[in-house]
Write a protein that binds this ligand. Structure first.
Ligand code: NAD
Ligand code: AHE
Ligand code: ZN
Length: 378
């Protein structure tokens, strides 16, 4: 197949709010600096749904969604040296170019390599064109990944090569949600032993924050969710306290900063994407030093608000993309740490489906309320 077009199945998003349609698409060979991969497993992230619902200001249709996957390199384009056919790779929407002139890759402060961000946000490969067509029409790429397809093309700088000992179904989780939650706690906020934290939204992202806070030795981990069905898994991951805002007739910030803690939590995390929740989380941070980390992705047009006094009195608002991990260097390390038992991930996988045409079932599962990650095997 090397150098040739591949015809394969993909779950195409023809328009916002429409179910995905299983289509036969044509995937072009990789160009210079690109890698074509065979997708083995996809885990669904809420961000795929957010874009499919039309809430993403960068959402473009028709497209192939999907950005949390375990894949095998099928072929590489000219000049590609860091991966070869047969390698196991996690496509990463936050690339790492490592060029000497990239001040972002050179800085230990950030993972936000901007090298291909412009074309990635425009649904294109770095040269400004698409590698996928369906019925003669070009399809937009998504987040530099487009993994809801049996084959896809990614930039070499987006390909994190991992240990083949890790089953790709589990490896897929590290392509977004779990890596993000772990990194939010360990990198962005740097949660310390003995601290108190509050995690708003107990999906896979929130629970991986909980898992990371427990591993960091946090002593009080408050889980907040409107869906009480999430509290059982949250307890297993390490939550010590639970708050359902619907149980109170006062704002949740008064329950957490006031009743459960006197001055608020050392760290709080928004894992919902709801801007009102982001405000609550900030206002639950400890007077004088509490940090609040925005992880959730808000819909087009939404803005955050709080009284500036909240910041004047020492609370700090921050945010994270992919948990701050430098993707090609650090995702393989996370995989090793999971393989050696330090980061168990089995219990995130609540649903498993087989076949591209089951991708809609995974979308429905994630909507359903009792799902953490639905993995679809391609
Ligand atoms: P999910 O849908 O599985 O989980 C969201 C949880 O939030 C659910 O349990 C839901 O019941 C709860 N929730 C919703 N509204 C709430 C409210 N008002 N108060 C309390 N809880 C509420 O989603 P996920 O896959 O875990 O992703 C979580 C968020 O993180 C999404 O917004 C996603 O787009 C975003 N995300 C961001 C990054 C990043 O790099 N910044 C990476 C991955 C995901
Ligand atoms: N396209 C949206 C923003 C979406 C967004 O914030 N994405 C997160 C990753 S979500 C993963 O599930 C992110 O890391 N963003 C950094 C980046 O460069 O996209 C919009 O508002 O336009
Ligand atoms: Zn994601």
């Amino acid at each position: 197949t090397q150098g040739k077009q591949i015809e394969c199945k993909a779950a195409v998003a023809w328009g916002p709010k429409e179910p995905l349609v299983t289509e036969t698409i044509t995937v072009d060979p990789p160009k210079a600096g690109e890698v074509r991969v065979k997708v083995v497993a996809n885990a669904l992230c809420h961000t795929d749904i957010y874009t499919l619902e039309g809430s993403d200001p960068e959402g473009l249709f028709p497209c192939v969604l999907g950005h949390e996957a375990g894949t095998i390199v099928e072929s590489v384009g000219p000049g590609v040296t860091s991966v070869k056919p047969g390698d196991h790779v996690i496509p990463c929407y936050t690339p790492q170019c490592n060029r000497p002139e990239c001040i972002f890759c050179a800085s230990p402060k950030t993972n936000l390599c901007p090298t291909i961000r412009g074309t990635q946000g425009a649904g294109m490969m770095p040269d400004g064109t698409s590698r996928m067509t369906c019925k003669g029409k070009p399809l937009y790429h998504f987040m530099g990944c487009s993994t809801f397809s049996e084959y896809t093309v990614i930039a070499e700088i987006s390909a994190a090569k991992i240990n083949k000992a890790m089953p790709l179904e589990k490896a897929s989780l590290f392509g977004c949600g779990i890596a993000t939650g772990l990194g939010a706690a360990w990198n962005t906020v740097n949660v310390q032993a003995g601290q108190s934290v509050a995690v708003f939204g107990l999906g896979a992202v929130g629970l991986s924050v909980v898992q990371a806070c427990k591993l960091a030795g946090a002593s009080m981990i408050i889980g907040v969710d409107l869906n009480p069905d999430k509290f059982k898994a949250a307890a297993d991951f390490g939550c010590t306290h639970f708050v359902n805002p619907a149980d109170y007739d006062k704002p949740v910030q008064q329950v957490i900063a006031g009743d459960l803690t006197k001055w608020g939590c050392d760290a709080t995390f928004d894992c919902t994407g709801n801007v009102e929740v982001m405000r609550s989380a900030l206002e639950c941070a400890h007077r004088g030093w509490g940090q609040s980390c925005v992880i959730g992705v808000a819909a087009a047009g939404k803005e955050i608000a709080t009284r500036p006094f909240q910041l004047v009195t020492g609370r700090r608002w921050c945010g994270t993309a992919f948990g701050g991990w430098k993707s090609r260097a650090q995702v393989p390390v996370l995989i090793e740490r999971s393989l050696n038992g330090e980061i168990p991930v089995d219990s995130y996988v609540t649903h498993v489906f087989d076949g591209v045409d089951k991708t809609n079932d995974a979308v429905d599962a994630l909507h359903g309320g009792n799902c953490l990650r639905a993995v679809v095997r391609y």
